[in-house]
Design a protein around this ligand. Sequence first.
Ligand SMILES: *Cc1c(COP(=O)(O)O)cnc(C)c1O
Length: 401
Amino acid sequence: MDYFKEFPDEKGFFGEYGGSFVPPELQVEMDKITDAYYTISKSHDFINELRSIRKHFQGRPTPVYYCKNLSEICGGRIYLKREDLNHTGAHKLNHCMGEGLLAKYMGKKKLIAETGAGQHGVALATAAAYFGLECEIHMGEVDIAKEHPNVVRMKLLGAKVVPVTHGLKTLKEAVDSAFDAYLKDPVNSIYCIGSVVGPHPFPMMVRDFQHVVGVEAREQFIEMTGELPDAVTACVGGGSNSIGIFSGFIKDSDVELYGVEPAGRSLKIGDHACSLSYGKPGILHGFKSYLLQDEKGNPEPVYSIASGLDYPGSGPEHCMLKDTGRVKYVTADDKECLEAFYKLSRKEGIIPALESSHAVAYGMKYAKENKRKSILVNLSGRGDKDIDFVVDNYGTGEEFL
Ligand SMILES: *Cc1c(COP(=O)(O)O)cnc(C)c1O
């Protein structure tokens, strides 16, 4: 059976993960979105409009690039899928334009979402401006301080930024806050999740919208080299950029797939966010996934140098792919991430997002250990948003080069 028809099942499960664990009043809305998505996403108008937006507004296809200098240093062959060149500087616009278009077809007036690093907020505010919709973005106060340029961008794009002041004041609390706001007016608004997480149909919908990354990359890689890559890697927060590129290669059983989780400062509780590597199955934000949790099932605090990766759960499809072994989940810590950040900047002239730097770090490691092999790294975003934070805290990185 076709992988994409089989997963998720009609209830939104990927194996035992995913589903929809929400109060009845929210389930009614999720069912409406699911029905609308199944109908609308198959219509020619929708498909054609999305295709046109990707080409003329987003600047797709994004290139695949061979990192000659970095490959010479490491040994193997390292390639990048340049999602950093997507309009707004990250892969997130791929699903935001899809969600915005769906909202338009459903007659919604307002897009509501949370944001971590601010990338999803900027991408959604961009989609809202494009479609002429209102936009409300919930963001933890810690992230607001850390990601100032993205906060300014959202405001310029016309979005209302709602600061979240409880708990750790980061991504998890922002999700709670955005859900609450959505439930106050589900008729006129639509909740646009920022990754392949949350209740059904979001993990499926966001995967489908990100699938374009993998489809393009596979075609481009074959055109460039005449063969498939030996391995593909991407960082995993919620898991949208990784599922996007992995889904293009999932049926190519010879292609190794590596999801990279953020090992942060240490493997102590609160110092990392490796939910697939160290979590246990549990339920958070309306879906079942591997979760970093205490004995009572409450989510544990998480941390990563990359705000976009500090989430205690993970997309349900990743959980299934971990159990089946089709994808291997590995880790990169803050130090490896920084080294990759500085190396890619200095050796290739590409400043990567700190999130993406985790994947670059694994790409470099793989290249060193597999000198005859090729690895395709999904460069999920550009690092402009991170440069002040990095330079203020770690300098220009001479010791890493
Ligand atoms: C948000 C973000 C991520 C993490 O989100 P996923 O859903 O795991 O892809 C990774 N890279 C960048 C640049 C981001 O903005």
